[in-house]
Design a protein around this ligand. Structure first.
Ligand SMILES: [Cu+2]
Length: 239
């Protein structure tokens, strides 16, 4: 049984203790990834300790004779302090890590390299880049006509997110990031992609009939390639 349990546990630890978490394609996402792995390891250690204590009690103090009664104890102050303080310290530590992590992810730089306004609507997304010369590049992703937007690698893109109608949620799983798009509220955040690739984005807040068709793609590319692309989009928008 122990070997079978070990096999199951080891099978879960694929790819050097990722625990199925997404490594994150942005600096912000990588922080969240490390945080999640830390939570998983903590949970595993606490779980192993609890299981070990349960099994030890069950085996060590099982009834061996019909008339046997183990020694009864109560009010062990040192142990009560340990098992009260222990969990408080663990929860306090996880809270601290979360607080620091959320501040890191929510932090917006004073001078972003790119500016991107995202508007969610039933049922799609409008992406509006402001170029340094003041022109705009606009890309719209609609049901069955999913668009691909680009983001420059190693540069910080400032996203301002709003909604035209109801509550939506802007979700890029590969970035380990989601944020509500709410009517009347502007959410602001930064992305700094570090991993090249093409990733799927979607709405993950049920917003009506065609919610599941609110899909778009994000391509993270070198800055020079991004500049060419965004200039092309700006010319298209002007035309
Ligand atoms: Cu939706």
């Amino acid at each position: 049984m122990a070997l079978a349990a070990l096999a199951v546990v080891l099978a879960g630890c694929n790819q050097s203790f990722r625990f199925e978490n997404n490594p994150g394609a942005t600096k912000q996402g990588q922080y969240i990834y490390r945080m999640f792995v830390g939570f998983d390891i903590t949970a595993l250690v606490v779980g192993a300790l609890v299981w070990a204590l349960i099994f030890w009690c069950v085996l060590r103090y099982r009834r061996r004779r019909a008339d046997e009664m183990p020694r009864q104890t109560r009010y062990n102050l040192p142990w009560e302090v340990v098992y009260t303080l222990g969990p408080v310290l663990v929860v306090g530590g996880l809270f601290g890590i979360t607080f620091v992590g959320e501040n890191y992810v929510d932090h917006v730089t004073a001078n972003p390299d790119q500016k991107l306004a995202v508007t969610a609507f039933q049922w799609g997304w409008k992406f509006d880049y402001t170029l340094p010369d003041g022109r705009h590049a606009v890309v719209v992703s609609e049901p069955q006509r999913y668009a691909t937007i680009e983001l420059p690698l190693q540069e910080t893109t400032r996203v301002t997110l709003v909604s035209d109608d109801v509550v939506h949620s802007f979700f890029i799983p590969a970035f380990d990031f989601q944020r509500y798009a709410q009517p009347g509220i502007t959410n602001v955040f930064d992305f700094t992609p570090t991993v090249g690739g093409r990733f799927t984005g979607r709405c993950n807040f049920l917003c009506g009939l065609h919610h599941s068709l609110m899909i778009f793609y994000v391509k993270t590319v070198p800055a020079s390639q991004f500049n060419t692309w965004v200039q092309q989009q700006a010319s298209k928008a002007a035309a």
